[in-house]
Design a binder for this molecule. Structure first.
Ligand code: KG4
Ligand code: ZN
Length: 330
């Protein structure tokens, strides 16, 4: 059994976790930065990077403490090396390099998206390759056939905004607060999804991709019309996103035969109605459905430790001069 220390710092969560190759989460610690970014209505990269510097070391110490371990007990150190806000990524990666060098442990540079993509396997031991993954986060909206560790066939991506970005922008437009996704979900629960007519970009299109920019503009127009409540607009928006995600995923199921399950991951996968709609879609196609528990959907370090564990099992470690990458497609 291997024990992996995972570090995450690519956006606005600083996190450290210890996870074993046998799927035991020995400790996980997370410090959010919502308060620091709230006055700006979004994540400010420079503020995020400085907050990671302050938070990371104590979190690593606390995680080791909670697990009753010392750095010497760890088999490898995994850190997000991208994609993300480069200042934050560098804080986590440089810290991991320093610890790896000092303790003489292997370093694993993890692609944050691979963390999201493999985490369903941490939560669900029965989940085997290949699976069809809807990866929906603040920066990405993709359909992937996950064939193995490091083997991701991209079937679709967004041609403009990511799904989470659309949630965040809608929250800002409607004055629902920050972070946007959970705020829109709460407001939508109080509204009528049929009250406002909103577009469903690319619905039924023969091409595989997603698009959310037109939906965001329609939300702006609906708000300015002042004929409906923020709750009704939020509900209409969320239903439009669900319809688009389901339509595009249905198309991917048709072109990706052999997938053993339908899986959703990434921050937007924490949305209850989206999870429920995907579960229904999977059932209609006789596919098992898998989604990590909510806290493993949004950014955390257990997902980075787990991706590290999967890579470590295959002997995939990285040299200490591995670079941080602001962009890094899977
Ligand atoms: O995966 P994640 O934590 O960070 C990135 O890698 O981007 O995803 C963050 C995104 C944000 O856009 C956030 O608004 C969205 O996930 N999100 C949600 C919910 N919780 C988080 N979107 C819709 N409903 C939610 N409950
Ligand atoms: Zn993420």
């Amino acid at each position: 059994m291997a024990i992996i220390l995972g570090i995450e710092s690519s956006c606005d969560e600083t996190a450290a976790a210890l996870v074993t190759s046998e799927r035991h989460i020995l400790a996980h610690k997370l410090a959010g930065q919502e308060e620091a970014h709230r006055p700006f209505g979004g994540v400010v990269p420079e503020i995020a990077a400085r907050a990671h510097v302050d938070a990371l070391e104590p979190l690593i110490a606390a995680a080791l403490d909670e697990a009753g371990l010392e750095l010497a007990d760890v088999d490898a150190i995994a850190a997000t090396a991208g994609p993300g806000l480069i200042g934050g990524v560098m804080v986590g990666l440089v810290t991991a390099k320093a610890l790896a060098l000092a303790a003489g442990k292997p370093l694993i540079a993890v692609n944050h998206l691979e963390g999201h993509a493999l985490t369903p396997r941490l939560a669900d031991p029965a989940l085997c390759f290949p699976y069809l993954l809807l990866l929906v986060s603040g920066g990405h909206c993709q359909l992937l056939l996950v064939e193995g560790v490091g083997r991701y066939k991209r079937l679709a991506t967004t041609i403009d905004d990511a799904a989470g970005e659309a949630f965040d922008k809608t929250a800002k437009l409607l004055g629902l607060g920050f972070p946007g996704g959970p705020a829109v979900e709460r407001a939508a629960a109080l509204g009528d999804p049929k009250a406002v007519k909103l577009p469903r970009p690319l619905l039924g299109s023969a091409e595989p991709h997603f698009s959310f920019a037109g939906l965001k503009s329609a939300v702006l127009r609906a708000r300015d019309a002042q004929t409906h409540s923020a709750e009704d607009i939020a509900a209409g928006f969320q239903q439009a996103v669900i319809d688009c995600l389901i339509d595009r995923t249905k198309r991917a199921i048709a072109v990706a035969p052999g997938a053993t399950a339908l899986v959703v991951a990434g921050g937007v996968a924490a949305n209850g109605p989206i999870r429920a709609a995907l579960q229904q879609l999977a059932a209609a196609h006789d596919l098992p459905f898998s989604a990590p528990p909510l806290w493993l959907c949004t950014d955390n370090a257990a997902m980075i430790a787990w991706a590290g564990a999967e890579r470590f099992a295959l002997g995939l470690t990285d040299p200490l001069d591995v670079a941080a990458r602001p962009r890094w497609p899977l």
